[in-house]
Design a protein around this ligand. Structure first.
Ligand SMILES: [Fe+2]
Length: 157
């Protein structure tokens, strides 16, 4: 299929992303149920610097912006996957099972994002992936005052 036609229709993107959004919302619903069963109040937390730090790299050009969004989505999912895996051994049985299911989804989402970036990019994405890898590495390995799932190294205040 011609890249211009593919980019214009974006049918793979629309299908994959609506599937992914449904899955993420189901996870959110499961979290809400677990919170309720444990009598834990849902509290909205503000975001850490992580996603904004990746977004700062996004290009102004519309097409490259899409590729950058997909590449950063892949990093976010891969990092979630890694962190869920690290947490599982420390959790009770119910949460360990739930987090294991989440990490399997995140691993799939990571691949989906990356495959879509490759599909829509006119050039090899390796160089751009490397730029995001370096930024992402800074974000998770340097001190971070806000403690969230994708934070950097926690600091004590
Ligand atoms: Fe995900």
């Amino acid at each position: 299929m011609n890249l211009m036609y593919r980019y214009t229709t974006r049918s793979e993107l629309l299908n994959k992303m609506s599937q992914l959004a449904r899955e993420e919302l189901l996870h959110f619903q499961q979290v809400v149920e677990i919170l309720a069963s444990r009598e834990i109040k849902y509290v909205r937390l503000g975001p850490s610097r992580y996603a904004a730090g990746l977004r700062n790299l996004f290009a102004g050009d519309e097409h490259q912006y899409l590729i950058d969004t997909l590449i950063s989505g892949a990093f976010i999912e891969a990092r979630s996957c890694e962190r869920f895996a690290k947490l599982v051994p420390h959790l009770d049985q119910e949460l360990a099972k739930f987090y294991t299911s989440l990490l399997k989804s995140e691993a799939r989402h990571f691949k989906d994002y990356l495959e879509l970036a490759e599909l829509y990019s006119e050039e090899d994405i390796a160089e751009r992936v490397e730029e995001f890898r370096q930024r992402e590495n800074e974000l998770i390995s340097t001190p971070d005052v806000i403690f969230r799932f994708h934070s950097g190294v926690p600091t004590t205040v």
